[in-house]
Design a binder for this molecule. Structure first.
Ligand code: NAP
Length: 330
């Protein structure tokens, strides 16, 4: 019986090195309607930490398989599969991607021209940015849009899409190198929050407030963003990475409704798995933009090669070192 390797959470732990293990298991042939994919690249996501800690959605007890996306080449097709053939490149989103062979439903596979790291970034990151801004944030043009963690995998797409739509874009990040990167993406006002005070910059330079905010950091960054909302402003709650390690911060203070009501402002939460029905349209648009060169799929240049390096890759992201999407090459 052939075998494959996968990254498994064998226990839950906030020290994710203790939770995760690479296992070799038997590989069954694909069944009716399934594809088998030789995985080339896997995307690292902030939620990987939550999965390992057992705090992602309503987790089943360990062991469970890790990951959220992968890109690769079809190595076998099961009975009844006519749309895909051996050698086809496919992108898979919402699957446990940390493995060298992925068995998945053909109906869930997204056909792509090449199994590259750039195409991979369009999965969780590109789709989240595109669907959240357009479908939930009702992004228009001529507005002021603020993106937090703008130099990361998801934020770098949000910043570019907001700029492309004809908006003034502000992006937060933690270093001068990332400021340069944001400028190269077209961000009008990069803010290195370690060198400048975010609240002070927003207050001084954006007196009318910010119309649309794509917010994935949480903690006091979220608070500053809520304070900066314009009249009828919308804040997209994408995540709260600064609270993932500590667990949700408890705050005391007046209910948030008082900050929103008198500005007619709104908070809109977004979770990609609730919007999978938009995948086809948004992926087609993102692939076209990548092909035309109107969008950059930024991958972090640090190489992580092999499944066992996935743990180092998650660590690297949590140290805030990444510029663009962190990718593991299988
Ligand atoms: P990423 O942005 O590629 O990397 C994380 C970045 O967060 C770091 O590079 C760092 O950039 C920033 N950060 C700020 N405070 C941090 C802290 N205390 N610890 C670690 N990093 C911190 O990661 P991503 O996977 O694309 O995720 C970004 C956010 O989007 C997360 O909240 C994630 O959960 C969310 N997300 C949500 C969905 C959804 O469906 N809702 C889908 C994808 C991602 P700086 O150092 O420059 O600040």
């Amino acid at each position: 019986m052939p075998t494959f390797h996968k990254l498994v959470a064998v226990r839950t732990s906030d020290t994710f090195r203790e939770a995760l293990e690479v296992q070799e298991v038997e590989l069954a042939p694909p069944s009716q309607g399934q594809l088998q994919v030789a995985v080339r690249y896997v995307g690292v996501n902030a939620a990987d930490y939550l999965m390992a800690a057992g705090r992602y959605l309503a987790p089943t007890p360990p062991p469970y398989d890790m990951g959220a996306e992968a890109v690769g080449v079809v190595s076998a097709v099961g009975p009844g599969v006519t749309d895909f053939h051996e050698g086809d490149a496919v992108l898979a989103v919402g699957v446990p991607g940390y493995r060298d062979v992925l068995t998945m439903s053909a109906a869930q596979a997204i056909p792509v021209s090449q199994a590259t790291p750039e195409v991979l970034t369009l999965g969780v990151s590109g789709l989240t940015a595109s669907i959240a801004l357009h479908e939930v944030g009702q992004m228009s043009r001529g507005e002021t849009v603020l993106v937090t963690a703008a130099a990361g995998g998801t934020g770098s797409f949000a910043a570019q899409l907001a700029k492309q739509a004809g908006n003034h874009v502000i992006g937060t990040c933690s270093s001068s190198d990332k400021v340069d990167f944001l400028r190269s993406l077209g961000v009008d006002r990069p803010i290195n929050y370690k060198a400048e005070d975010l609240a002070a910059v927003l207050k001084a330079e954006y007196r009318k407030g910010v119309d649309l905010i794509f917010e994935g950091v949480g903690g006091t960054t979220f608070d500053r963003c809520v304070d900066a909302l314009a009249v009828r402003g919308r804040l997209l709650i994408i995540g709260a990475i600064s609270e993932y390690e500590s667990g949700p911060q408890v705050v005391t203070g007046p209910r948030i409704l008082y900050k929103l009501l008198y500005k007619s402002a709104s908070l809109r939460a977004f979770w990609l798995m609730h919007y999978f029905r938009h995948t086809r349209d948004h992926m087609a648009r993102l692939l076209a933009m990548l092909r035309e060169g109107t969008i950059r799929a930024a991958t972090d240049p640090t190489p992580f090669i092999g499944l066992s390096r996935a743990i180092d890759a998650i660590d690297y992201m949590y140290q805030g070192k990444n510029v663009g999407k962190v990718v593991v090459q299988i």
